[in-house]
Design a protein around this ligand. Sequence first.
Ligand code: URA
Length: 185
Amino acid sequence: MYKDMNELKTECEKCEKCSLCKTRTNLVFGIGNEKAKVMFVGEGPGENEDLQGEPFVGRSGKLLDAMLKCVELDRNENIYIANIVKCRPPKNRDPLPEEQDLCIDWLREQVRLINPKVIVCLGRISAQRLISPDFKVTQEHGVFFEKNGVLMMGTFHPAALLRNPNNKPLAFEDFIKLRDKLEEA
Ligand code: URA
C-alpha cells in the first residue's frame, strides 16, 4: 500500500522483478490526472515509450490522442494512461504471462489510488488480462462489464487500427459509448 502516486512511482522505478528491467532505457510508469474518472490501459511500452518514459508517444499514441480529443479527453487533463507491463519487451514482442504476473501489482496500486469509474483496455493483451482471459476484441469491443465496482471496456489497440484502418469507425463508436458512459458516471 502506497500513500500516493509519487511514492508508488518512486518504488516502481526501482523495480527489478523481471528481466525486462535489464533492457529498459526508461521504465514507463504512466501519465495523466490522478483524479481521472477514466483510465486507459495498454499492453506495454514500445521503442519510443522506452526512450521517452511516457506511454503512447509513438505513432499509435498520436492516433490515440486524436481519438481522445474527439470525445473531449486529454492525457494532460482528464484521463490517466498506463500499461500492463511497465518496461519494453524486446523487439516489441507481447509481454509474457509471467512478466505480466510480476508487473500487475503496480497497475493494481495505480487503479486503487486513482479509483476510476471506467477502465478502457486498449487491445487484446490488456482486455484478456483485466476483463477475461478469452476476451475477443472483434466481438466484445465497446461492451461494458462491471468488475469490483469498476466499469471495464475493451477496444482496439491503436497500433492495430494503424495496421487495419477499416476498424477505425468501430473504435470511434466505442469512444462515443465511453463519452456517454462518463456523462452518466
Ligand atoms: N503500445 C502500448 O500498448 N502501450 C504503449 O505505451 C505504447 C504502445
